[in-house]
Write a protein that binds this ligand. Structure first.
Ligand SMILES: Cc1cc2nc3c(=O)[nH]c(=O)nc-3n(C[C@H](O)[C@H](O)[C@H](O)COP(=O)(O)OP(=O)(O)OC[C@H]3O[C@@H](n4cnc5c(N)ncnc54)[C@H](O)[C@@H]3O)c2cc1C
Length: 308
């Protein structure tokens, strides 16, 4: 959310390296890996896509470039990072990996059905989405949709049928993810700083990331920046992971049951029916309460929930 991954990617390109990241397919339904060689290409990776990415030829391309002596930065969910490490089979000093704190990825079937629903509802073709729009601030994630007739819509992500669907209908393996917790797999792990307070010295209205540096390669990567390029603050692990359940635990059994019910209804009656049949209090609150109150509600919630 703080854009540190984009900053790191631009830096690697500036130094002659390559960056493997995920961009949307042209229909904004699927997401795919691509090996960027330019800063323009890196910018297409910005923002989270909550679907499982297509790997295409990325592993072979990375290995080829490393063998040619190129530096490569790989960004992905922890399972993506683990997979590429296994494929490479050995450590390369020129290979830097960055894992995301990850709540889990969804099937692109949710995005596909949502697109059909949204286009019918709005009477125009959906030409662009951004599931982490900062148009209304960053502290509450927003889904921004752009239609062919010029309409722009921006609503709290997890109060939309797309956001809720992607949150509940994760891949079954994501409910048993073995990469959560302090251990990690990448040289660096990056997440959003959900436990931040507006009174904290490191509050920034443009977004704040948490960076967990795990290896010497990761440390060296962060040292590429000077003080005017990144505002870095040290904090402890507990503070950095406050209110960020994906950092330390899998979703509860309640979500496993929700997913099961969601899947049954989704297959028979579609996305909207599945959201209505399983909607949690949190989804309905975000869906019904006007958007302008969501930041205040989230702040009150965090005030009582976060214990430093
Ligand atoms: C599926 C998913 C779930 C997430 N869940 C959480 C969470 O629960 N808590 C949390 O703190 N953070 C979560 N994140 C990470 C968070 O949303 C930000 O990506 C992260 O904090 C980096 O922020 P940034 O501003 O530096 O990212 P940016 O500079 O915007 O860069 C985002 C990077 O993410 C990569 N990316 C985007 N989508 C995918 C994808 N589907 N698969 C692999 N790589 C992808 C892009 O290649 C890009 O390099 C999640 C991200 C994803 C993709």
């Amino acid at each position: 959310m703080g854009g540190v991954i984009t900053a790191l990617s631009l830096k690697v390109i500036e130094q002659g390296g390559l960056v493997a990241g995920v961009r949307y397919s042209t229909d904004y339904v699927k997401a795919e890996y691509y090996l960027a060689k330019t800063q323009e290409e890196v910018l297409t990776f910005a923002s989270s896509k909550y679907v499982q990415s297509e790997k295409k030829n990325i592993y072979t391309e990375i290995k080829y470039e490393l063998e040619q002596g190129k530096k490569v930065l790989f960004i992905g969910c922890p399972c993506d990072v683990y997979a590429v490490q296994r494929y490479l089979g050995k450590k390369y000093d020129a290979f830097l990996s960055c894992e995301l704190v990850c709540m889990g990825v969804s099937s692109y079937k949710v995005a596909s059905e949502y697109k059909t629903y949204a286009e019918k509802k709005n009477g125009s073709q959906l030409i662009r989405i951004n599931a982490r729009s900062k148009r209304k601030g960053w502290f509450v994630p927003h889904l921004e949709e752009e239609y062919k007739d010029g309409t722009i819509k921006c609503n709290t992500l997890f109060g939309t049928f797309l956001g809720y669907g992607m949150q509940v209908y994760n891949r079954p393996s994501c409910f048993e993810c073995k990469f959560r917790g302090a251990q990690g797999v990448g040289d660096i792990r990056v997440g959003d700083f959900w436990g931040i307070k507006k009174t904290d010295a490191y509050w920034n209205s443009a977004g704040v990331s948490c960076i967990f540096v795990r290896t010497e390669l990761g440390e060296n990567a962060m040292n590429m920046f000077n003080e005017s390029e990144l505002f870095l603050y040290k904090t402890d692990y507990k503070t950095a992971t406050l209110s960020n359940m994906s950092s330390y635990s899998n979703k509860s059994d309640k979500y496993v049951r929700l997913r099961k019910k969601f899947a049954e209804v989704f297959k028979k009656r579609g996305l909207v029916a599945a959201c209505i049949a399983t909607g949690t209090a949190s989804f309905w609150a975000k869906h019904i309460v006007p958007d302008q109150f969501h930041v205040a509600i989230k702040r009150v919630y965090h005030f009582f929930k976060d214990k430093r």
